[in-house]
Write a protein that binds this ligand. Sequence first.
Ligand SMILES: Nc1ncnc2c1ncn2[C@@H]1O[C@H](COP(=O)(O)OP(=O)(O)OP(=O)(O)O)[C@@H](O)[C@H]1O
Length: 208
Amino acid sequence: MLYLKNVVYHPPATPQPILKGINLELAPQELGLIIGPSGSGKTTLLEILAGLAEKTRGEIFWRDQELNSLDLQELGGLVFQFPERHFCGKTLLEELRLGHPEIGVERIKQALSEVSLDHLPLNTSPHDLSGGQQRRLSLAVQLIRQPNLLLLDEPTAGLDWSMRRQLSKLLESLKKHWSLLIVSHDPNELFNIADRRWKINQGELETI
Ligand SMILES: Nc1ncnc2c1ncn2[C@@H]1O[C@H](COP(=O)(O)OP(=O)(O)OP(=O)(O)O)[C@@H](O)[C@H]1O
């Protein structure tokens, strides 16, 4: 279970806090969806949960353990918005092994199978995949690290209707093994697959 208690993010340069006392609970095998307009603090919240930014105040727990940024980096896997723009590997194998050269082919095939890309040869270039397949690959890049929590920033942005539907189905199936927290300004299909929903506005989170 993920717990956030009164999490505040207030960089010195800003007159108002960007996150204003966020409280949130997400159970294992649940998909949480945070909906909010541009600039409301969605990406900032994900960056804190991924251990990439330091909260100003408040507490973050996984089960009964309080987590610092390093713990959060272990716990979570963050898929950025438009993740395909950050692919560096020349092949699927290279992309999935970046930073983890020790990972064996079996684990790579397992991660690809989680996202239904296991039919592709491992020497395929990530840039030759369709938009929907590239999003699946970016999920596999995180799954291979075996995080407890998957964090997704606008996972369906820029995809057409049928790819959005396919990706939503995939995200729903990932709940079997992971907790997922998704942020989006335009949730579409994601709304119906969410177990918990919140809206965020000017850094204030509210259950819907
Ligand atoms: N370290 C920082 N210092 C100053 N301002 C910041 C900092 N981090 C974020 N902000 C500001 O906080 C606000 C929230 O940004 P954030 O990227 O979290 O919003 P968002 O809801 O993800 O928006 P979008 O959907 O457009 O990405 C923005 O106005 C941003 O400029």
